[in-house]
Design a protein around this ligand. Structure first.
Ligand SMILES: Nc1ncnc2c1ncn2[C@@H]1O[C@H](COP(=O)(O)OP(=O)(O)OP(=O)(O)O)[C@@H](O)[C@H]1O
Length: 571
């Protein structure tokens, strides 16, 4: 009786209702809400990062805005399975939690593969719509390649994941190494044991969105004893107060947090939050792992690999010859090169492959091929050159905004300090070829000239300032050689940190001083007015040029008399 009068909040639509009505309301709400609520349950799709999508790709593909997580901060997953009136997974919306991705990945997974991929579809049709990287995003740990150090057979994380004991995690790693994919796999497996999986993207979510998720999680826990996993992509983009919003709820177990970041979490994630999460460091994918991912992709497309003889030819099942006018081949060397050049970023590798195939299909040029020992055929051949064209080197080598920027400048500084001219040039090129601002490098060189070369070669500073001005005048690409010249000069130059260290000692002396700072000795003060003269300013000062012999005079304040800031001199 009492319960019937008490108002309760619907965990789906958050409306307040009389307790007696909640069950019937929930049934209606679930059916109505599932379809729209569902998209956020899977980690968001990523921007394809294609340099220039071939004609048709973008128009046909799902625009970024249309993707649930990126488009709307309100991306909550709700009640996917086995609740209320005994709904089966995905029953209401006709889709399971993995949504469109799941349907697209099916070709890799046996039975329904051909139908789901449009087995009779041409290769061009297979490449339309979702980017290849999204369609091939693994659903299970079995398909997750590499990252053995943290996810290998005997690792703690794997056993936790397999037993559905998901701790709060921060997944830290470079772009395209599989952070979102790992979250996607956790989402799939957690849904199987009834845990909710909610996704927010820190690039678009507001503090209120976080609060909504927390309040829903509280209701779920209270009413249905259901756990909530909250995945926050690019968590480093949340400011401190946003991170503070979920801190207590992570602490008390209302939500299990999984954050993904490309940035060092020690700097970007609130220390209190960090201490409540296990940090998983994912690495760039190895060349072997990339080869496996690319091989899986070409198989799913029905493209045949040339160069490994019959073995690859026959393994390329669902051959494009069934569906395309001409069969499509890719040189094994092209795949290897792609695996090397994508620098451990699977999205870049898969996008590069997709672009190369689409470009060749659009060009429609066929090549006579010796596909097997016995025979020859006409087909479309993708070579190493084609895949190189499909890649954007700036994405491969360097992340201007992220940690790579600091890592590379640090490596350059240390190489010059260590007088290694080859390494110095290498790190310089890594930055410039990756699109670094040459003036940024030039400014760092000005600093280096004083910090590390100093008075061992005072001309170094002139060189650095001249290099800065040269870069300013002519810009990239011509200014690269100016910087190269300066970097080599610095690597070869003698080094001295005498001044740098002495100045640090002075700063330390000032920092350690207690009480009022000593006054400037009267004899060192200027006395431009009579009053100042009368006060003793300048009195007793010995004007050095008037003396033939060295002048005995104190310049430091009385209490520092005799201090030698250079005494730790090492060079
Ligand atoms: N370990 C992996 N095994 C198999 N495929 C992978 C793996 N890692 C990444 N991929 C593929 O690369 C694509 C991009 O990976 P993902 O979105 O997980 O990268 P990320 O680390 O989250 O990158 P970002 O920091 O740029 O968001 C996935 O859709 C998937 O196809």
């Amino acid at each position: 009786m009492e319960g019937a009068e008490e108002e309760v909040q619907c965990p789906v639509c958050l409306r307040e209702l009389p307790g007696a009505d909640i069950n019937s309301h929930l049934d209606r709400c679930l059916q109505a809400g599932d379809a729209e609520a569902e998209p956020g349950s899977s980690p968001p799709s990523k921007r394809p990062r294609l340099a220039a999508a071939p004609p048709g790709t973008q128009a046909q593909g799902e625009p970024e805005e249309a993707r649930p997580a990126a488009a709307s901060p309100r991306v909550f997953s709700l009640f996917h399975k086995g609740r209320g009136g005994g709904q089966s997974p995905g029953a209401a919306g006709g889709r399971s939690g993995a949504g469109r991705e799941e349907a697209a990945v099916k070709p890799e997974k046996g039975g329904s593969a051909t139908a789901a991929a449009g087995g009779g579809a041409s290769l061009a049709q297979k490449l339309e719509g979702q980017p290849l990287a999204e369609r091939l995003r693994p659903d299970t740990l079995g398909d997750y390649v590499g990252q053995e150090r943290v996810l290998g057979a005997q690792t703690l994380l794997r056993s936790l994941l397999e037993s559905h004991e998901i701790p709060s995690l921060i997944l830290w790693g470079p772009p395209g190494c599989g952070k979102t994919t790992l979250a996607h796999i956790i989402a799939n497996s957690s849904k199987k044991n009834g845990t909710r999986f909610v996704t927010l993207s820190a690039t678009s979510a507001k503090t209120n969105d976080v609060r909504d998720v927390i309040s829903q999680a509280q209701n779920e826990k209270r009413l249905f004893k259901r756990k909530t996993i909250l995945f926050i992509d690019e968590i480093h983009r949340f400011n401190k107060s946003q991170q503070d919003t979920f801190l207590p709820h992570v602490e008390c177990g209302t939500v299990t947090l999984i954050g993904a970041t490309t940035e060092n979490p020690s700097f970007q994630v609130n220390a209190a939050l960090l201490s409540r999460c296990r940090v998983i460091v994912l690495e760039k994918l190895s060349v072997e792992a990339m080869e496996a991912i690319l091989m899986r992709a070409v198989r799913s497309l029905g493209v045949q690999v040339l160069g490994q003889g019959d073995q690859h030819g026959s393994s390329a099942t669902g051959s494009s010859s069934e569906s395309s006018e001409f069969p499509v081949y890719i040189e094994e060397k092209a795949l290897n090169t792609l695996a090397y050049l994508c620098d451990g970023d699977a999205r870049t590798g898969l996008n590069g492959l997709q672009l190369a195939v689409q470009a060749r299909l659009a060009a429609g040029k066929t090549t006579p091929l010796n596909t097997t020992k016995g025979g020859s055929a006409d087909g479309i051949l993708i070579t190493e050159e084609h895949v190189k064209e499909g890649l954007q080197r700036s994405h491969i080598l360097y992340d201007r905004a992220g940690e790579e920027h600091y890592n590379c400048i640090s490596a350059l500084h240390k190489s010059m300090r260590g007088s290694d001219e080859n390494a110095s040039l290498y790190w310089l090129a890594r930055m410039l070829e990756g699109g670094e601002d040459p003036l940024y490098v030039a400014r760092r060189l000005v600093r280096f000239a004083s910090e590390d070369i100093g008075l061992a070669d005072p001309l170094a500073l002139t060189q650095a300032v001249a290099a800065y001005q040269g870069c300013h005048f002519i810009g990239m690409p011509e200014c690269e050689v100016i910087l190269a010249q300066c970097v080599v000069y610095f690597a070869r130059a003698p080094k001295s940190i005498e001044v740098y260290r002495a100045y640090s000692n002075v700063k330390e002396c000032l920092r350690m001083h207690t009480g009022p700072l000593p006054p400037v000795p009267l004899h060192l003060r200027n006395a431009p007015t009579r009053l100042m003269k009368n006060l003793g300013y300048g009195k007793g000062y010995k004007y050095n040029p008037m003396y033939k012999e060295p002048v005995e005079q104190d310049y430091l304040p009385e209490e520092l008399k005799g201090t030698d800031f250079f005494k730790e001199r090492k060079t």
